[in-house]
Design a protein around this ligand. Structure first.
Ligand code: KIV
Ligand code: ZN
Length: 507
């Protein structure tokens, strides 16, 4: 029998825990909408007890995409966290409460300083309480792969009897190896099916040894029915199992796994790019499935073989993951209809009339500057437009700038607006960007350290868009900012201000 594997995406929870990957409300909703297009089964939208902002984001996601995709959020095994999850997801059609509590000796002893029995009882009580709020409750046995098997099983038995409908077995620290992890899942599955065969068995693997996707696939082979993963493998430390790798592994090797998912694989590349763009975290060029070189063949022998038959060196086609070779080229004369078509073809909603007009104006400005507008440009135009935060009214905006570059005293003059106030100043620096960032730092008056500055070209054509990604440190925390423009100095200033605004929003 070909089993369906449930795909649970935790990009917006585990993925967002990556330092500097903090997303604003609009960005989270845009990603959630794309995850819905990708057709994941469950979206873990956040950790609502962690902050008011997270609570609000989970609530908005439940409202805006929770009609057809199940929404969950994370709670520790305490009443306040469970209440926050319930309140934030209750408007979704299929809300699921996710509770996590450690089962390894090290977690029980070091984190809770209580007896194993007392910790297990905390978990059972948490499930019982969650069941008074919603019928669907997932229980994660944190650090399961380093837990004593009999204690792990006793905990699973206890929480299933208390009403848990999904048991998630995490390799929290990425310690597991495929054969051993597969064996663990097989043993749990045999007992679980005897206890209650309606309870779903799930896995959540981290990538500390680069084995997260392999461990996840091994778990599937041994009976796991649900997998937790993230787009681009984002997540704590080395990240989580990458959704695109596991899904394509199952698809390409369906003959071996005899399983399938409902993922629309031709949305994978777009989802990966959207998440990379929103988080400012680049995808390595040789990353499986979504890296820039994933379908590039450079050796002569390979190219010759491919020309004879694609299957000689390709196990999947670029079209399967959405790397459609058909490129659309628009110009300022293309008109509203063609532009609307291009936006819709990428899967974006064109919004209401007023919003579309604003977007079209931006398209015209870009088309005037660039002459030829490619798919890539349209993609970044829309995502950039959608990620502007309404609360930006109280944040810093770039009004104007002038940068003079020479080998003696590169100088920048910048004018900024914050609310109704306009401020202006000049500074010299070691180079044009240093001068630009010095004057912005002195204008905002914050002790900010620039940690990383990256610029790359986003598209082809003579006037390619430059994308600037920065990372800065403020009060011990890392924030990222990005911006795109055909003018790279303007993109540099805006990216820096976006990073500063992110820090201010978090304060
Ligand atoms: O890694 C982990 O154990 C987790 C749990 C919350 C599932 O992220
Ligand atoms: Zn995790």
């Amino acid at each position: 029998m070909n089993r369906k594997i449930i795909v649970f995406d935790t990009t917006l929870r585990d993925g967002e825990q990556v330092p500097g990957a903090k997303l604003n409300l609009h960005q989270k909703i845009e990603i959630a909408q794309q995850l819905k297009r990708l057709n994941v089964d469950i979206i873990e939208a956040g950790f609502p007890a962690s902050s008011q902002g997270d609570f609000q984001a989970v609530q908005e996601i439940a409202r805006s995409v929770g009609d057809s995709v199940s929404i969950t959020a994370l709670a520790r095994a305490v009443k306040n966290d469970i209440d926050a999850v319930y309140e934030s997801i209750k408007l979704a059609q299929n809300p699921l409460i996710h509770i996590v509590l450690g089962t390894s000796n090290i977690h029980v002893e070091k984190k809770f300083n209580r007896s194993k029995e007392a910790v297990m009882q905390m978990g059972i009580d948490a499930v019982k309480y969650a069941k008074t709020l919603l019928p669907d409750v997932q229980y994660s046995t944190e650090d399961a792969s380093r837990s004593d098997f009999e204690y792990l099983w006793k905990t699973i038995e206890g929480v299933v009897k208390a009403g848990a409908t999904m048991i998630n077995v995490p390799d929290t620290v990425g310690y597991a190896v495929p054969e051993e992890f597969g064996d663990l899942i097989r043993r749990i599955n045999e007992r679980l099916k005897n206890l209650n065969d309606r309870v779903i068995l799930s896995v959540h693997c981290h990538n500390d040894l680069g084995l997260a996707a392999a461990n996840t696939l091994s778990a599937i082979k041994n009976g796991a029915e649900k997998i937790e993963c993230t787009i681009n493998g984002l997540g704590e430390r080395a990240g989580n199992a990458s959704l695109e790798e596991v899904v394509m592994g199952l698809k390409v090797r369906e003959n071996y796994y005899n399983c399938h998912t409902d993922i629309r694989t031709n949305e994978l590349l777009r989802t990966s790019r959207l998440v990379s763009h929103m988080t400012g975290l680049d995808v390595q060029v040789n990353k499986a499935i979504t890296g820039e070189n994933a379908f590039a063949h450079s050796s002569g022998i390979h190219q010759d073989g491919l020309l004879k038959d694609k299957q000689v060196y390709e196990i999947m086609s670029p079209e399967d993951v959405g790397a459609d070779s058909m490129e659309l080229i628009l110009t300022a004369r293309s008109g509203r209809h063609a532009f609307k078509n291009a936006v819709e073809k990428m899967g974006f909603d064109t919004g209401d009339g007023a919003d579309f007009e604003q977007l079209f104006e931006k398209f015209l400005t870009l088309a005037d500057a660039k002459k030829e507008v490619y798919d890539h440009d349209v993609f970044y135009l829309v995502t950039n437009h959608r990620t502007l935060d309404d609360s930006s009214k109280n944040l810093y905006e770039l009004v104007s700038f002038q940068v003079v570059s020479n080998d003696l005293h590169p100088t920048a003059t910048v004018e900024l607006r914050k609310g109704s106030e306009t401020i202006r100043d000049s500074a010299v620096g070691d180079g044009p960007i240093d001068a630009l960032y010095s004057v912005i730092k002195s204008l905002v008056g914050l002790d900010i350290q620039l940690k990383d500055y990256k610029i790359n070209s986003l598209s082809r054509g003579k006037e390619a868009i430059g994308r600037v990604n920065i990372r800065l440190e403020y009060e011990g925390k890392i924030y990222s900012g990005r911006a795109m423009d055909t003018d790279i100095i303007k993109a540099s200033a805006t990216a820096f201000l976006n990073g500063i605004n992110a820090a201010l929003l978090d304060a």
